[in-house]
Design a protein around this ligand. Structure first.
Ligand code: FNR
Length: 230
């Protein structure tokens, strides 16, 4: 299920510039839980993106949860529909935002699993795509360690993971009934992080001169046999 938020953008401030389409963001809460704090934060993120001139589509993790990766299964039937849908939703937006719980100081297994499935798709949906990571948890760490773990497979696959991240600690007391954050300093930090990320994605989309490829250097000589970049 997707929900589009605030699809219109005011371009009148651009002097003599052609109208530019709004930048689009897929916002995924990686929790499967009905009353999830991460889903609450994801809805707030989507609202801020819309308020600040982007379009945001919410992605449901339940729709992106294939069976555990198994190469026999892949050889037999290719990617399962949930992984195909995950890739499709990533590809149809300019950038993606993941709001993820931390499980045992790392990435929830179901999220890593769909990333592993998606890594088998060609062309690679993550490659050169910008992403922002957030987390929420009732704990004092706010799920931040899980985001560092999540960066590893995403960056390995060529995603441009935004350096700043946002982790909401004590999430069970953090929200007001209208879904915004109770603490004004935290609310400003969240909004600032999202707007900076939006500015980067906007620049990457509309100013081709800043588009550059970059590569992991792992010590091996470039060789098409090993090159993950296609
Ligand atoms: C957790 N939780 C948790 N929290 C945290 O801050 N660091 C952690 O390492 C873990 N580990 C962990 C493992 C497992 C298996 C569970 C079920 C939970 C607590 C977790 O943050 C809490 O349940 C959140 O409410 C989960 O996010 P949602 O579902 O509310 O979005």
């Amino acid at each position: 299920m997707s929900q589009n938020v605030a699809p219109t953008v005011d371009h009148s401030w651009i002097p003599n510039g052609p109208p530019r389409p709004a930048v689009s963001f897929l916002v995924v809460s990686a929790s499967l839980r009905k009353d999830s704090f991460n889903s609450r934060l994801a809805r707030l993120v989507a609202r801020i993106v819309g308020d600040r001139g982007g379009t945001a589509a919410l992605g449901e993790m339940n729709a992106f949860t294939p069976p555990p990766y198994n190469q026999d299964l892949e050889n037999k039937s290719g990617l399962p529909p949930e992984a195909v849908e995950f890739c499709r939703r990533i590809e149809e937006n300019d950038a993606f935002i993941i709001v993820s719980p931390e499980y045992n100081a790392s990435v929830p297994g179901h999220l890593k699993n769909v990333i592993d499935w998606a890594s088998r798709k060609r062309p690679q949906p993550f490659h050169t795509r910008h992403s922002l990571l957030l987390s929420a948890s009732p704990s004092m760490v706010g799920g931040n360690r899980g985001l560092w773990a999540l960066r590893i497979p995403l960056e390995h696959l060529g995603a441009r993971v935004y350096p700043d991240m946002f982790s909401l600690a004590q999430a069970h007391t953090a929200f007001k009934p209208d879904g915004t954050l109770a603490d004004p300093d935290l609310a400003a930090r969240l909004e600032g992080t999202i707007v900076s990320f939006m500015d980067l994605v906007e620049a990457a989309k509309h100013y081709a001169c800043i588009k550059k490829d970059w590569f992991e250097f792992l010590g091996e000589r470039p060789d098409p046999m090993f090159d993950r970049v296609e």
